[in-house]
Design a protein around this ligand. Structure first.
Ligand SMILES: Cc1ncc(COP(=O)(O)O)c(C=O)c1O
Length: 386
């Protein structure tokens, strides 16, 4: 290993949202999706240089920043992005909210597949739109699947937009080309705008390709808004820099108009980090993926052998998030229970499943932290399941 994924500077007492939640308590925070790893040295160096410049005026991306992103997408996924398609955003959740505002009217419906990252369900509600949710289905082979008949039943004349998460947080599923094509055709047939959140696409752990939704065909690309960011992969979410890629100029104009006067500027440090991430950090990303694969395998093994009553129902193909079924533990509030035993997880209820059924565990942390957390969880298992 060239890079250090073992030692982490102390985050207690810093501005870390993840660690502040449990300030003063011995709870390992494995909830919100940022990683307890240092950002790549190339990002740190670029930021240090930017700080040393000493002037922090309103920023616009320079050509080399856009170029670094565009080149990375072409190289990794064969997607040729015209720089004119890119709208910079101070966060991807901003993109979800703007998309809801721009492409559905109050009272109209936005479809999504649950369990899902909570803003997929709250963004519509924030502006008086309606969130319609279709549960993913576990197929007999143990894979999360789209319930196509349920999806068809959920569409009404008021449905205008589809929120897709690819790869899917929290079930860690990489959608395959045939599934995406079917989804694209579904959106065409029902005249839906397709918003594809691909923030986790650079974190695929298995030998599976990421298929950008906008590459599925001209007609699908014309109705697609893709949301991306360096934040998850390079551990820079606090720098708030994300992109909407919108090939169709009419859609793009509607999106930009929805944010007029309310959308904040992206800050100068975010652009700097973004350029360094996409241009200089591929060796770091490859090592990160190795570390995450090891952590993923550790969890799968540990849960299967040491945690009766807890199951991981499907492969973890991407992300650093594990979706644990804890329903057999019969706990009214599993998050509170595991907190009492020193581990902070995310409540499945926020992702659209009943409280008590699932929790999400963030394994983007040093192996030793993860092992300690799993051992604490093992000790927390109620006596009745042991
Ligand atoms: C699917 C997905 N979209 C968006 C975000 C957050 O993006 P941002 O911090 O840029 O708003 C997350 C964070 O976990 C996520 O998992």
């Amino acid at each position: 290993m060239t890079f250090d994924f073992t030692h982490v500077p102390e985050r207690r007492g810093t501005d870390s949202q993840k660690w502040q939640k449990y300030a003063g308590r011995d709870i390992l925070p494995l909830w919100v999706a940022d990683m307890d790893f240092l950002s790549p040295p190339a990002i740190v160096a670029a930021l240090q240089q930017r700080v040393a410049h000493g002037i922090y005026g309103y920023a616009r991306p320079v050509a080399s920043t856009v170029d670094a992103f565009v080149q990375a997408m072409e190289h990794r996924y064969g997607w040729r992005i015209d720089p004119a398609w890119v709208v910079w955003l101070p966060g991807l959740v901003v993109g979800l909210n703007l998309t809801a505002l721009a492409f559905a009217a109050p009272g109209e419906e936005i479809l999504t597949l649950t369990p899902v990252y909570p803003p997929f369900m709250s963004a519509p509600k924030n502006s008086g739109r309606i969130s319609t949710q279709v549960l993913l289905r576990l197929d007999p082979a143990g894979r999360w699947e789209i319930d196509w008949p349920a999806l068809e039943r959920a569409v009404t004349p008021r449905t205008k937009l589809f929120f897709l998460c690819n790869p899917h947080n929290p079930v860690a599923r990489v959608w395959r080309r045939d599934e995406l094509l079917r989804l694209g055709e579904f959106c065409l047939r029902h005249d839906l705008v397709l918003c594809s959140d691909e923030i986790h696409c650079d974190l695929i752990l298995d030998a599976l390709p990421h298929v950008p939704t906008a590459l599925l065909g001209e007609d699908i690309a014309r109705r697609t808004i893709t949301l991306m960011a360096p934040s998850k992969t390079y551990n820079v979410p606090g720098l708030g820099t994300s992109m909407a890629i919108i090939p169709d100029s009419t859609l793009r104009a509607r999106f930009v108009r929805a944010g007029a006067g309310v959308m904040a500027e992206v800050n100068a440090f975010g652009y700097t980090a973004c350029e360094a991430a996409y241009r200089d950090c591929e060796p770091w990303r490859q090592e990160l993926l190795q570390v995450l694969r090891g952590n993923r395998d550790l969890i799968l093994d540990f849960v299967a052998r040491e945690m009766p009553g807890v199951t991981i129902e499907a492969p973890i193909e991407a992300t650093y998030l594990a979706w644990l079924n804890v329903s057999a533990l019969k706990l009214a509030d599993p998050v509170a229970h595991f907190e009492q035993h020193g581990v902070g997880l995310s409540d499945g209820a926020f992702f659209g499943v009943p409280r008590g059924s699932h929790v999400r565990l963030n394994f983007g942390c040093p192996r030793a932290t993860l092992l300690e957390a799993l051992q604490r969880m093992k000790r927390a298992l109620p006596a009745r399941v042991l």
